[in-house]
Design a protein around this ligand. Structure first.
Ligand SMILES: CC(C)(COP(=O)(O)OP(=O)(O)OC[C@H]1O[C@@H](n2cnc3c(N)ncnc32)[C@H](O)[C@@H]1OP(=O)(O)O)[C@@H](O)C(=O)NCCC(=O)NCCS
Length: 313
């Protein structure tokens, strides 16, 4: 068996079939993700230059068996940090695709000057052995959780206190600076191995607000006396799956039920729009967010581990 690695090229005549096949591999390897072929291509074509984002494809005898998303954490407070997330089709593990993707990805980010590499893997025996054998040490872990939206599991919307308003993302039109500021403040408080630096408004607009899977109508923003206090971002596949992006409450407004309210209204609208399954992913130490998700009735479906390795060049 020979594994060949190549970089996905959004301009190539095979781009559509490549991104379809890569999305299929990602969905099979990690069924809790919301990922579409469109997003895979969009990320390669539209990520900031400083991110150097690449989608690597692993082929065995012309069949796509694995993929990796790799690049530089351009928004990290520490320079030289890279990411390399590998996905091999579960039926085609143990044939060298993971090792080939890892070698190609590490060489790529080392060539960009990265000093530390971060990878996510599922918390299973095969993935743990693979990471340890390749010199990686454990970082934090996170839990994927799932909530069916079809069986009456979703609790009723909590009461809206006086002075509080729940709005959709679209209701803000082009006036998004307050939402951007709330996102920057709250994403800095998410427990993570990589500390984010605040990002510029234009980058935030292009990378998050205008992301092809961001559903602005399902995103909720809670205001208190007209000021943005909490938000809950909605990512969807446009068909049946909903994934929570950042849920956050500005520091001055925490502990008043506002994150729960924001996420609840977003989930209710998602259900009304026909979405049948909701997913979320939280750091294993994020007690307030895990408490909120337990209240919704989310059940843990998988745990993933962050792995770290210093690159020696
Ligand atoms: C997580 C976060 C969104 C919560 O916002 P909030 O508006 O304070 O949340 P709420 O008031 O709606 O609910 C907080 C819940 O956590 C519970 N909680 C708070 N601290 C807790 C702790 N240390 N352990 C367990 N539960 C805790 C509260 O009791 C409450 O649950 P309850 O309503 O059942 O009593 C906010 O802390 C935040 O913005 N953090 C940074 C961003 C982040 O980590 N987002 C989640 C990842 S996407």
């Amino acid at each position: 068996m020979t594994i060949a690695i190549r970089a996905f090229d959004p301009g190539s005549p095979t781009a559509a079939t490549d991104s379809e096949a890569a999305a299929e591999v990602l969905r099979a390897a990690l069924p809790y993700l919301v990922v579409t072929p469109r997003t895979l291509g969009w990320q390669v074509a539209n990520s900031p230059a400083a991110q150097h984002h690449r989608l690597l494809l692993a082929e065995e005898d012309g069949r796509l068996v694995g993929a990796a998303r790799t690049g530089i954490y351009y928004d990290s407070s520490e320079p030289g940090q890279a990411y390399l997330n590998l996905y091999v089709h579960p039926e085609l593990r143990g044939r060298g695709a993971g090792r080939a993707l890892l070698a190609a990805g590490e060489a790529y980010v080392t060539g960009l000057g990265a000093r530390t590499n971060f990878c996510w893997s599922l918390d299973d025996e095969h993935s743990i052995a693979f990471a340890e054998r390749n010199g990686y040490r454990r970082g934090r872990s996170a839990h994927f959780q799932r909530l069916p939206l079809t069986d009456g599991s979703l609790p009723p919307l909590p009461p809206v206190p006086p002075g509080v308003e729940v709005r959709t993302g679209t209701s803000f039109g082009d006036d998004l600076r307050e939402i951007w500021a709330a996102d920057n403040e709250t994403s800095g408080d998410v427990p993570d191995d990589v500390d984010p630096a605040p990002i510029d408004y234009d980058v935030w607009l292009a990378q998050y607000w205008e992301h092809p899977e961001h559903d602005r109508e399902l995103t909720s923003v809670v205001t208190v006396d007209g000021v943005v206090a909490a938000l809950s971002f909605a990512i969807t596949d446009g068909a049946s799956r909903y994934m929570s992006g950042l849920a956050g409450t500005r520091r001055a407004y925490r502990g008043r039920g506002l994150a729960k309210l924001a996420k609840s209204s977003s989930l209710h609208r998602a259900r009304a729009a026909g979405y049948t399954e909701a997913f979320t992913n939280n750091d294993a130490g994020n007690e307030p967010m895990l408490a909120i998700n337990r209240w919704f009735g989310y059940e843990r479906c998988a745990t993933e581990i962050r792995w770290v390795r210093e690159l020696t060049g």
